[in-house]
Write a protein of this length. Structure first.
Length: 559
């Protein structure tokens, strides 16, 4: 019978009939010949109140309308275990019926699905769920019109037409994966942090830990949740117990899921769970969902986090350029770790004052963090430290390693210890210059800053082409090291001529060299500048300052 249906469909396509019509004809064949698929006519008649055609000829109605609107062909049909080819445009029920895959296990009653709750066994799209919820409002509004064309009569025919159109523009979601991800988020979760990666010692992960510590003062543990939609998760270094809240990662369910699929799954999560607050801390998937569907998330307060107007090889990258201008109107607030990027947003995008008021400068604390490392305190300047310099940061292209190479070339007798992690999912940096720089010792990843041999260093060098406020720079100031850094992003908010050595041009290798030499030669000046920068840390980068900003941010912590 399947072979016959396939032959019918193929023949119709060769005759240049519409492929949809040919597919529906093949479905009719399967339904009428032998009643394959356990089609339950009585249950189908009751499902979503089909019109007169559905009551008189339920099989024909399913083939012509129901299958494309995602209706279930019967209570004894279960396609939950059906593997549907990627890109397949119809729901699993249709694929399973066409291929004769029938599971006698019953699907739960239709009332739950009609109300938009559904179960993992139901084919589902957030757009369809939204439509079903607002249809009664549309129906009332259309009925209230004194004059309306026949095409806008709010009857079941219009309902099915609209439902069918919504189905056609909705990407296919695996009912298993999308439902399981959404179900994994506790229904008690009120505040969700969306993160790009876990298991890495990056700035975003540190921000998440700080936010969680602050949020625990306002929410119970089961009211918080971390969602990791991206695939950049390091399971080999991830200790979930450190976070003390549920962690839901799409990779736990489908590590091969593509970008569009991850956005669709996140969209379902937002629709089903309807959290009170969602805060993306550099999650591209969450940002894209805010751009594409932000208007639909009006029941949730959306927050974003930005750091810099990143430019790499004159390419505009990151949330600042790619997402912020397209979803700012849907956001309740935007956090930035420096004031420079907020000013930049106003200049570049011309945001009016009403939108600029949504930006909040949330400086990253390095001092007095509860639950943090007890060694997080101010360390005094060491006047007897060795002559070398420390470089520590993420080892990436945007960190201007070419400038570091030129600095090393100009001071061949000056030792430079280089610490940092190379991210596996980022474009690999060029480190070939290390072969010609014997005074640079690349020591790789460091577990924590307190294990660094501080007695070797008379200064800390930071090179980069685009930045917000680097946490590594804050940590170096805490450790009592004289700072040499470029005047980019938010760095001048910490480093100036009284708190360190600010290099006006980030490409000026000779300016770096002069600063390194002065910091090493004049230890009195270095000590005074270290004391000033540490005072700035106490005033602006403390735990109390962090909490004050969060508490002052409208609707972020309100229940």
């Amino acid at each position: 019978m399947q072979r016959a249906a396939s032959l019918v469909a193929s023949a119709l396509r060769r005759l240049h009939y519409f492929s949809d019509w040919a597919f529906e004809t093949a479905i009719i064949w399967l339904l009428l010949v032998g009643n394959r698929g356990s089609f339950d006519a009585a249950a189908y008649r009751a499902y979503r109140r089909p019109g007169s055609l559905g009551r008189l000829l339920p099989r024909l109605h399913y083939a012509a309308v129901g299958c494309r609107a995602g209706l279930n062909p019967g209570t004894s049909f279960d396609a939950a275990g059906t593997e549907v080819p990627k890109g397949y445009r119809y729901p699993p029920h249709v694929f399973a019926m066409f291929h004769g895959v029938v599971n006698p296990a019953p699907i739960p009653d239709h009332e739950a699905d009609r109300e938009g709750g559904g179960t993992p066994e139901h084919w589902f799209t957030p757009e369809r769920q939204r439509f079903n919820r607002i249809w009664p409002v549309i129906e009332l509004d259309l009925k209230a019109l004194p004059e309306r064309p026949a095409q806008l009569i709010p009857d079941e025919h219009l309902h099915y037409q609209l439902a069918q159109n919504i189905f056609e523009v909705t990407p296919y979601l695996s009912p298993n994966v999308s439902a399981r991800v959404a179900a994994a988020v506790p229904r008690s979760a009120r505040h969700i942090l969306a993160v790009p990666w876990l298991g890495l010692s990056g700035g975003s992960e540190k921000i998440v830990l700080l936010l969680l510590e602050a949020l625990r003062r306002h929410y119970a543990t089961d009211e918080l949740c971390i969602v990791a939609p991206e695939d950049a998760i390091r399971y080999d270094t991830l200790d979930r117990a450190n976070y003390h809240v549920p962690i839901v990662a799409i990779n736990d369910f489908d590590p091969e899921c593509d970008s569009d699929g991850r956005i669709a799954i996140f969209d379902r999560l937002m629709t089903e769970c309807a959290p009170q607050t969602v805060h993306t801390v550099q999650s591209n998937t969450a940002w894209l969902a805010f751009v594409q569907r932000g208007a639909h998330y009006s029941g949730s307060r959306l927050f974003g986090h930005i750091y810099s107007d990143l430019l790499t090889n004159n390419m505009r990258l990151g949330a600042f350029w790619e997402y912020l201008p397209d979803c700012i109107e849907h956001l309740a607030g935007v956090f930035a770790d420096n004031a420079a990027v907020v000013r930049r947003a106003g200049e570049v995008f011309g945001f009016p004052p009403t939108l600029l008021d949504r930006f909040h400068v949330l400086r990253t604390p390095v001092l007095d963090v509860p639950g943090g490392d007890p060694r997080n305190r101010l360390y005094p300047f060491q006047p007897t430290a060795g002559p070398g310099s420390l470089w520590m940061s993420r080892v990436a292209r945007e960190k201007r390693l070419d400038v570091l190479a030129e600095i090393a070339r100009r001071v061949p007798n000056h030792p430079i210890a280089m610490y940092g992690t190379i991210l596996k999912f980022a474009p690999p940096p060029d480190l070939s210059w290390l072969d010609e720089a014997p005074n640079v010792d690349f020591r790789g990843r460091y577990e924590n800053i307190f294990g660094l041999p501080l007695h070797e260093f008379s200064s800390y060098i930071f090179t980069s082409g685009s930045e917000g406020m680097p946490i590594a720079l804050l940590e170096a100031a805490m450790l009592g090291l004289p700072l040499v850094a470029p005047a980019i992003g938010g760095i001048p908010e910490l480093v100036d001529d009284t708190t360190g050595w600010l290099i006006t041009d980030p490409s000026d290798a000779e300016g770096y060299v002069a600063a390194i030499r002065e910091a090493g030669a004049d230890r009195g000046m270095a000590a005074r500048r270290v004391a000033k920068v540490q005072q700035r840390l106490q005033d602006e980068y403390s735990w109390d300052a962090f909490l004050r900003t969060l508490n002052a941010t409208p609707s972020y912590l309100s229940r």
